[in-house]
Design a binder for this molecule. Structure first.
Ligand SMILES: [Zn+2]
Length: 398
């Protein structure tokens, strides 16, 4: 057993890096480990959702064009209050052919592999830059990447930013070059309160929210009935923009006219679509809606569509050097679409073409008793080493 690999994973899992907490201690650990291997280190602080977070950039190698970015997010989804846990979420535990702990698949196992690959790596072999980017707050909208991706130019100084990035999200070593954008926003309906015995004196926000849901639902149905032939191969389940009603709330008591109702909506648009096109269409349709409730024509509610939060899509070019290397070292033969969003959307925006491929299992990500299988976990160290060797050492790949 590779003791350093397991020790690194144990340390990483033990840091509580749920997105609502600061990741600073974990980032300091990564900075110290990579600093001791000769990497130049930059910690980029960022205030994200009111919490002081840090992104880490660590780089090594000659300041020449080419090379590779290897990236992962350090934050995890929550575990407190999640039913189904039978183990300590922050304690790495072996059981059968798996190891358990929050983040083992998504994506601290991959980060531990990167650290272990660097332990035995001969830095003198690097002829092009190797850049690790570890990000905060991915699970809450890829906010760390949004802040660090456009700053890489400045952070790396003389070192040209590599144009290719490998993001080790859990895909069981399948390769993804595309994912949809993610957009979310709130819709708030404000009515007029009062006694439920006199409904005509008020306007019920929940009733008007019903109209809102119906209008957005019709749009959802329209998307489903016009799939894109171009995306049938990589998004076979949904080759169209998908919408979701996340949460809805409103009203205070049975005998009161509901004064306010809030709906949280998200959708995912195809990679080549304008992420905000549906948002604008929803705004138009809600603007034209009947704002009366069903009890009277007396008063109208107001409908407010809040600002959109956007995670950009991933739509990486096929046939890059990184794609060929990942095919070779993982044995994968093709590349497809990921059903989740990643930091890669923000990297794309900074001119960096990303591929998603990692040892963890998507079925395990975000689950209680999250785990990773030992075999892909341990094999990952040599995969990381081989990818670096091919991308950053020896002759440049065309
Ligand atoms: Zn992830």
């Amino acid at each position: 057993m590779n003791e350093y690999l397991y020790e690194a994973a144990r340390r990483l899992v033990a840091f509580d890096t749920v997105s609502s907490r600061s990741d600073s201690a974990a980032i300091s650990y990564l900075a110290a480990e990579l600093g001791s291997r000769g990497f130049q280190i930059a910690v980029q602080p960022a205030e994200l959702l009111g919490i002081t977070q840090s992104n880490l950039v660590a780089w090594l190698g000659a300041p020449r064009p080419g090379g590779l970015i290897i990236s992962a997010h350090i934050d995890t989804v929550p575990f407190e209050g999640q039913p189904g846990w039978t183990r300590e979420p922050l304690k790495l535990e072996a059981g059968g052919d798996r190891i358990f702990g929050r983040g083992t698949s998504d994506m601290k196992g991959f980060i531990a592999e990167c650290l272990d690959a660097m332990r035995t790596f001969d830095a003198k072999k690097l002829v092009r830059p190797l850049v690790f980017v570890f990000t905060a707050s991915e699970e809450v909208g890829c906010l760390g990447a949004k802040s660090v991706a456009p700053a890489l130019n400045q952070i790396l100084g003389e070192t040209p930013v590599p144009r290719l990035a490998w993001i080790g999200e859990p895909t069981s070593y399948t390769i993804c070059h595309a994912h949809k954008s993610i957009v979310h926003f709130d819709v708030v309906v404000r009515g007029r309160g009062g006694h439920s015995g006199a409904p005509a004196r008020g306007v019920n926000a929940i009733a008007v929210m019903g109209r809102v849901i119906d209008a957005i639902g019709r749009l959802q149905e329209e998307q489903r009935t016009k799939p894109s032939a171009a995306y049938e191969a990589i998004f076979p389940d949904s080759p169209y923009d998908v919408l979701n009603f996340g949460t809805v709330s409103g009203g205070l008591a049975l005998n009161m006219i509901a004064e306010e109702s809030t709906l949280r909506v998200s959708y995912r648009s195809l990679p080549d679509a304008d992420p905000l096109a549906l948002y604008r269409e929803i705004g138009r349709r809600l603007g034209a809606l009947d704002r009366h409730d069903f009890a009277s024509r007396e008063h109208e509610a107001s409908i407010e569509v809040g600002p959109a939060m956007v995670v950009p899509p991933l739509n990486s070019a096929r046939g890059t050097a990184l794609e060929r290397v990942l095919f070779d070292v993982t044995g994968a033969r093709d590349s497809g679409g990921a059903l989740f969003g990643t930091d890669g959307g923000w990297f794309s925006g900074a001119g960096i073409s990303s591929l998603i491929c990692g040892p963890g299992d998507l079925e395990q990500a975000h689950q209680p008793d999250e785990c990773i299988r030992r075999e892909p976990f341990e094999r990952g160290v040599s995969i990381v080493a081989k990818v670096i060797d091919r991308m950053c050492c020896g002759a440049r790949l065309a």
